[in-house]
Design a protein around this ligand. Structure first.
Ligand code: ADP
Length: 189
């Protein structure tokens, strides 16, 4: 199975991505986690990534593609992938489609998790004390939500036009969100 999770910060991409991986046998690939690991590894590249993440700005497309592509290629040759937080820009979506085409595979669905900004902000602030993330601060959270609306939001019509968008209300308990996603995915096949 090959899926992608399209969702604003705080919508529960990570939680649902892990569950969908367990459900489908595909690999959960979290772009933010891979980029944070690269940031911790240090060097000029790591510092650049860390600075973007701390500001709540997107990491440049080419860096994201360099980090993600080998992981996606490897997963495609096994049980598939659940992309969490990638693609996040139109050029990334075009690159991801090209990558899949080159591998001879297609995406089964783009799962769009939506919730009101107030709910997202509250969740992110609630988890801030445990997350230890430099970007879980009120001002950076506001910025991340703006970046999402401007840059990632346009992927909703992009995948709708391609006939693979599956929209799910993320303003529900995690189990209900998982049930809604798996019910819609099961109905596709
Ligand atoms: P959230 O969705 O809560 O912001 P993520 O871990 O998915 O959490 O992303 C955190 C940060 O990692 C983003 O603000 C951005 O700096 C970087 N990032 C993650 N995915 C991408 C991507 N596909 N393109 C560019 N930057 C990304």
């Amino acid at each position: 199975m090959r899926l992608l999770l399209l969702a604003p910060p705080g919508a529960g991409k990570g939680t649902q991505g892990e569950r969908l991986a367990a459900w489908s046998g595909a690999r959960h690939i979290a772009a933010g986690d891979l980029l944070r690991a690269q940031a911790r590894a240090g060097g000029a590249l790591g510092e650049q990534i860390a600075a973007c993440q701390a500001r709540g700005d997107l990491v440049p497309d080419q860096i994201v593609l360099d980090v993600l592509t080998p992981v996606v290629v490897e997963a495609a040759s096994r049980g598939g992938y659940i992309l969490d937080g990638f693609p996040r820009t139109l050029p990334q979506a075009v690159a991801a489609a090209g990558l899949a085409a080159g591998l001879g595979v297609t995406l089964d669905a783009a799962i769009y998790l939506h919730a009101p900004d107030g709910v997202l902000t509250r969740r992110l602030l609630d988890r801030a004390s445990q997350s230890g993330r430099s970007d879980d601060r009120a001002d950076v959270i506001r910025h991340r939500l703006r970046v999402y609306a401007q840059t990632t939001g346009p992927l909703v019509p992009y995948y709708t036009e391609r006939g693979i968008l599956v929209a799910v209300d993320a303003d529900q308990p995690p189990d209900s969100v998982t049930t809604d996603i798996t019910a819609q995915l099961s109905a596709l096949t």
